[in-house]
Design a protein around this ligand. Structure first.
Ligand SMILES: Cc1ncc(COP(=O)(O)O)c(C=O)c1O
Length: 287
């Protein structure tokens, strides 16, 4: 952690001084949502998309957004400006706030708790030539489209991957591969880039949308379609994507090589397009 200040309920202060009540519903119930936003050269990456998803998550849990988009933007820009010249990952969380009593039902009057912190982020290691993943039963709930902090299932699924010396778990629900425990899923099959369609069984990833946009712009065959478990296992390429990890080529799945066991040609192409896009963001040529 850095020595920079974090943001809590209207103030910037050192992390060691940022405190919330034990009666906070975020603490007691996981009654809370979050976002993770990269910032490259001080520029918040795809901020309008993150703010829209934040709004969607709040609406889904019946909360008013405690801040306007311009207030969010100004606060997040101030936070990022504390570490100039450093690529960063900004974490923000909104909870339903502290209540007088512990009661599951939503109290009429609570004041949201708003927290944000920024950590240094480094480019993915160029010497890493693919990651290992395992498949697991998707034990999560049916509201995976909400970016909720209630992540116990994801914690256990990710730990199972670590126990198996893998980086990520790919989650299977009703015979279909949905996404990773903390990432979205793409496969390349017969020359087509495929990702599962948005639904309440997966998080609408900002990186996922950008990859589809880049595929569309650059004429790469692509589709939003269910991915069956046999299709996942016979794919030429498998990728997992997220804001902080960008595009991770999966080269081993359940101990077996994916394709020829190396990051594939479509990954190489998309990775280059993604880097170019990031470069344009850094130079302020793209929002
Ligand atoms: C379950 C899950 N799916 C997908 C993603 C990727 O989303 P994004 O690209 O917006 O980071 C994440 C990110 O943390 C996640 O937790």
């Amino acid at each position: 952690m850095t020595s920079s200040n974090v943001y809590l309920n209207g103030s910037f202060l050192p992390l060691s001084q940022a405190q919330i009540s034990v009666m906070d519903r975020g603490f007691l119930f996981g009654d809370s949502i979050y976002e993770v936003i990269p910032a490259y050269s001080g520029r918040l990456f795809r901020l309008p998309h993150h703010l829209q998803r934040l709004n969607n998550s709040l609406q889904a849990i019946r909360m008013q957004n405690p801040m306007s988009d311009s207030e969010w933007t100004s606060m997040l820009e101030q936070l990022v400006a504390q570490q100039p010249g450093q690529d960063q990952s900004v974490y923000l969380q909104v909870t339903r706030g502290p209540a007088e009593q512990r009661d599951h039902t939503i109290p009429e009057k609570t004041k949201a708790t708003v927290f944000a912190m920024s950590s240094p982020m480094h480019d993915p290691d160029p010497t890493v030539v693919g990651i290992s993943a395992i498949t697991l039963d998707d034990i999560r709930w049916r509201l995976c489209n909400i970016k909720a902090t209630t992540l116990l299932a994801n914690v256990l699924l990710k730990q199972e991957a670590k126990d198996a010396a893998a980086v990520e778990s790919i989650l299977i629900r009703d015979g279909n591969a949905m996404e990773g425990a903390a990432s979205n899923l793409f496969i390349v099959l017969a020359g087509e880039l495929i990702t599962p369609p948005k639904s309440n069984y997966l998080l609408p990833g900002i990186t996922r949308d950008l990859i589809l946009e880049l595929a569309e712009k650059n004429g790469l065959p692509h589709a939003e379609r269910d991915i069956t478990e046999p299709q996942l296992r016979s794919a030429d390429e498998v990728w997992l994507t997220s804001s902080t990890k960008e595009i991770m080529p999966v080269t081993r799945l359940d101990q077996h090589p994916v394709g020829n066991g190396k990051p594939g040609p479509v990954y190489q192409q998309m990775s280059a397009l993604y880097s170019e896009y990031k470069e344009r963001i850094k130079q302020g040529l793209e929002q």
